[in-house]
Ligand binder design. Structure first.
Ligand code: FAQ
Length: 338
């Protein structure tokens, strides 16, 4: 439905402008906030960047849960830094979306009332310390696979935000793999914990790339506009091909009996996630969906007084500026009382 809407909005724009816009995209030029853009391009970006920002913010919750329970001071400091990075990613992304004419407040309200989504992966719980390793290894690994190409996306502010985000995600992925290496070299119980984390998070990680290409509503238009650089299935395949040898190195088993190297395609054949479960999570029925939104709602409500105070301060400063300008215009400086 959205694809149809995007198409009709795009065609309702002046065809000459549309052709010139597409030519800029095809030539690899960056589109900047003040440039002309089709309404559908703007809306698609707000949807994708906004959802991406919400994912970074909601994504802090499953990890924040483990800061007080990290096994050593060093692990605590590392996890704390990672969670702070995710907050920073959310903020760059909200800023990038704001250049398209929507405010962070509006986007937050849309998340809270269900008009905007966050990544399905964060609707799953983190049950043990090994999940902190698996989140870094698999979830950040999937995020990097998706976001490295987005550094070349056509919208300037989004592509520039992605450059910094990817550098930090790469550190996150390595810290997760490091936790997994430690667990896998530890006691039998620790290794079992690592295997259990992989078992629970493998398919939800594959879902992060979105539905299979045949069910992806936005891919073709988004790729024509270079908002997306690859299809969902292309990136999922690359992720599997990269991750299987890493699991072998750890001595862990990917929970997929059908997993097999396919020499013809030079990649693995693998089982699809349960798409029914995926679409159910998208409807807000994931194991932690209610809790995640309730936590964001509480943070939003608790922060209301800060937003009000900052707005009042900004209004006061603006009023003082206008008053100062008026007074210099009305009273010539030479005649100011001494
Ligand atoms: N979860 O037509 P498509 C991270 C929705 S950041 C929820 O294929 P599209 C960092 C989609 O919105 C992770 N919804 O859609 C971190 C659409 O619904 P709508 C976030 C999903 O946009 C790590 C419908 O399904 N990354 O992890 C999902 O072309 C550790 C149809 O799908 C990004 O956001 C999903 N997994 O492709 C933080 C990257 N997949 O909007 C903390 C940027 C699909 O019409 C700890 N985004 N949907 O109602 C993208 O690359 C794309 O938006 C896709 C989806 C690939 C996610």
């Amino acid at each position: 439905m959205y694809a149809q809407m995007v198409k009709s909005e795009a065609t309702s724009d002046d065809p000459e402008l549309l052709a010139a816009f597409q030519a800029r995209i095809d030539a690899g030029e960056k589109i900047e906030p003040k440039d002309w853009m089709p309404e559908g391009y703007r809306k698609t970006l707000i949807r994708q960047i906004g959802q991406h920002a919400h994912s970074e913010i909601v994504g802090q919750l499953p990890e924040g849960n483990w800061i007080t329970r990290a096994p050593t001071l060093e692990r605590k400091a590392i996890l704390l830094a990672k969670v702070q990075d995710e907050a920073g990613h959310g903020l760059y992304l909200y800023c990038a979306a704001e250049t398209l004419g929507i405010s962070r407040d509006e986007m937050t309200e849309m998340l809270l009332d269900g008009r905007m989504k966050y990544s399905s992966i964060f609707a799953y719980p983190t049950l043990t310390w090994a999940d902190m390793g698996a989140v870094g290894w698999l979830v950040d690994g999937a995020a990097i696979m998706n976001q490295v190409p987005l550094q070349r996306t056509s919208f300037g502010p989004y592509s520039r935000a992605m450059i910094r985000v990817c550098k930090e995600e790469s550190f996150h992925q390595r810290q997760g793999f490091d936790v997994m290496m430690k667990m896998c070299a530890g006691t039998d119980a620790q290794k079992r914990m690592a295997q259990d984390a992989l078992n629970r998070l493998w398919f939800p990680s594959l879902m992060m790339f979105g539905p299979s290409d045949k069910d992806s509503v936005h891919s073709s238009q988004s790729m024509a506009w270079k908002i997306k650089m690859n299809t969902n299935d292309e990136l999922r395949q690359k992720f599997v091909d990269q991750t299987v040898p890493q699991a072998e190195y750890l001595g862990l088993t990917i929970p997929d009996e059908t997993l097999k190297w396919n020499d013809k395609k030079k990649g693995y054949d693998f089982a699809e996630p349960d798409w029914e479960e995926f679409f159910d999570v998208l409807k807000g029925n994931g194991p932690c969906s209610t809790d995640r939104i309730a936590t964001r709602q509480k943070a939003w409500d608790d922060g209301a007084w800060v937003r009000e105070a900052m707005n009042a301060h900004a209004d006061k400063k603006a009023a003082a500026k206008v008053a100062a300008e008026l007074s210099t215009r009305l009273i010539p400086t030479g005649s100011w009382p001494r």
